[in-house]
Design a protein around this ligand. Sequence first.
Ligand code: HEM
Length: 512
Amino acid sequence: MAVLVGTPSVTLICVSVFVAVLTYITYKLLSGYLYKWFTLKKVPGMEGTYPFVGNALSLKTSSGAFFRQIEELCQKFYGEPLFKMWIGPVPFVILCHSETVEVILNNSVHMDKAMVYNFLHPWLGTGLLTSTGEKWRQRRKMLTPTFHFSILTDFLEVMNEQTAVLLEKLDKKAGTGPYNCFSDVTLCALDIICETAMGKSINAQKDSHSKYVECVYRMSDIVTQRQRKPWFWPDTLYHLFGDGRIHDETLKVLHDFTFKVIREREEEISSMESSEDTNQEGKKRQALLDMLLKTKDEHGNKMSHKDIQEEVDTFMFEGHDTTAAAMNWALHLLGSRPEELRKVQEELQEVFGSSDRPVNTDDLKKLKYLECVIKEALRLFPSVPFFARTICEDCHIKGFKIPKGANAIIVTYALHRDPRYFPEPEEFRPERFLPENSVGRPPYAYIPFSAGLRNCIGQRFALMEEKVVLSSILRKFTIQSLQTREELQPIGELILRPEKGILIKLERRETS
Ligand code: HEM
């Protein structure tokens, strides 16, 4: 009898608890959403913003069109300190002025990456680029010494060797008419990062059809497509109705590649350690991977295989696509400006004369004008055209309250075109970066490598690689661009690339 009476009341209690919990969760989610919605009401924004869907329906789906849309929005709202965009229920504020960018990047509270980086997690795990909080702090501390100048100097040899392979390929193209250099320069950057990061030469330049490179591009596209489509954010919906299957197949190629290389390197190291003849390798080149395999945290713990894989995947992605794009843009710009090209080649003549010796560290210091060219190319075409952070505490940007949980997108592509600091911003003028012309420019007006504590760990590596490759090409060849700026059509997936590559004409130089 007691059981019969008790059953409905237990059921009633369970149902009531369930309804109460559901109401509480809904209330929490809804009140958080409404709080952000009303707090951001005053911030200027795109037309056609609907509750829960936001502006997602107005966002262009192809990478090229989306990038142009962001560019146009930045121009439209340039007179405002910032503007907003809702992607589904998530608000983004877009920043393209040094004063507003500084508020975020100069504050150690807003160090976490925006939620859209979560879609990189299957590929890069939570490596240095994507991790947050204590994990990021620890990793950054462990990895910073691996990018020390003295270690980078060891990589110079690899950079010179791989550049020599590129030069052989370019030599065959010299004097033969239009040539799209994008892929060859990219494969050179890939060979450089493979050998410096993993100590493994994959000869991508010689075996030009690289499935890995193809998959890096496909993955960048897949990730950015998903970032713009909130209905595909839940994994189940993505796998049922979106590109989940292609995503997983692409991921497998990317991971298999780095996994195999790490395993081979581990085996190589352990066989060297067990070998009686410890000097057999003589001065074996150190790779970033070797340092990761040896690195210990403050408690003396080594990194696990998974930890190493996510860092290697991160370096492989951040470390070749970025530099490849930057070098290609620089070649296009120099090929369109004979006067600036002449100045670079004069400097090369002074530093190297007519010798074709490899580049050394002293040369790197002397290539001052080339450095200005590299910086100016990164101003006009920053390899990472935008990046994003989560707002971790309510804050104010130029009088607008930005609620915790919103995201800030920093559009370097637009930031670098501020006419207050870069008069006639579309003009390619390397002299802007001569020390005397940089005086008074605010530090956050030019940030191709981001800024603050979460800036790019590989920036010295990148500048070194660019100097070696570009100086070697321009010592041997003279170039002419065959595209106008309008024909280039930059597409910004994760990395800013020219949609149809870089078309140039190469001629051997008489002095070489
Ligand atoms: C021209 C070349 C490069 C450019 C323009 C560039 C730009 C950037 C930018 C803008 C960020 C911040 C991204 C964000 O906050 O989402 C970043 C972070 C990072 N970059 Fe680079 N990068 C370049 C080359 C490299 C190279 C060669 C490596 C490694 C070998 C590298 C490794 C990284 C890593 C690991 C991070 C994450 C740092 C952290 O969060 O602590 N980058 N880079």
